[in-house]
Design a protein around this ligand. Structure first.
Ligand code: AMP
Length: 188
């Protein structure tokens, strides 16, 4: 099974992704992590990525798709995975389209900013300005991605403004239901 996690920064994607990874025995990965690792390299691309990440803007689609798809070719991802942070634009979703199910964790901007400002382990690219910028970009670019999965009947939407356990329960329940429906459709 291939799952993608969608939601603004602070929605709880990595928390839920890691819980799901344990339960479903699927590897968890995030495009942000892939890019941060590459940004540490003292190469031209590394330096460019570092600047892009610190500004809070998106890495261009063609570069993102190339890097993420190549990464997913690793043997550990062949049986499925849970990816956080990708696809973030319609162009990425269209280039990816690989039988995946999308999980959208919905929280308001206000709640997300409140949660992030309370984090004590903020990264170098987590300035308030960069976070605001990412939230704005999410609304601009990721709304069409939600629509893309919704049209295919492959979108799960959960209320992220609940406890970790409650959000997790909602995901598992809706995922089970969706999988049953997809199985029935396949049998027809
Ligand atoms: P994240 O940890 O998901 O917030 O990602 C951190 C940064 O990595 C983002 O602000 C972007 O600069 C870049 N990034 C991660 N995933 C993507 C993506 N799917 N498309 C474009 N840029 C991305």
């Amino acid at each position: 099974m291939k799952l993608v996690l969608l939601g603004i920064q602070g929605a709880g994607k990595s928390t839920q992704g890691k819980l799901l990874s344990k339960e479903l025995k699927l590897p968890y990965l995030s495009s942000g992590h892939i890019f941060r690792e590459m940004a540490k390299k003292r190469t031209k691309r590394g330096r460019w990525l570092k600047e892009t990440l610190n500004a809070g803007v998106l890495v261009p689609d063609d570069t993102t798709v190339e890097i993420v798809l190549e990464y997913l070719e690793k043997s550990e991802y062949q049986k499925g995975f849970i990816i956080d942070g990708f696809p973030r634009t319609l162009a990425q979703a269209e280039a990816f389209a690989n039988g995946e199910i999308a999980i959208f964790i919905d929280v308001s901007d206000k709640e997300a900013l409140w949660r992030i400002s309370g984090r004590t382990d903020a990264r170098e690219d987590e300035t308030l300005q960069a976070i605001r910028q990412r939230i704005q970009l999410f609304h601009e670019h990721t709304a069409p991605v939600l629509e893309f999965y919704k049209k295919q009947g492959k979108l799960i939407k959960v209320n992220g403004e609940k406890t970790v356990e409650q959000v997790y329960e909602q995901i598992v329940k809706k995922l089970t239901k969706l999988q049953k429906r997809l199985k029935k459709q396949q049998q027809k």
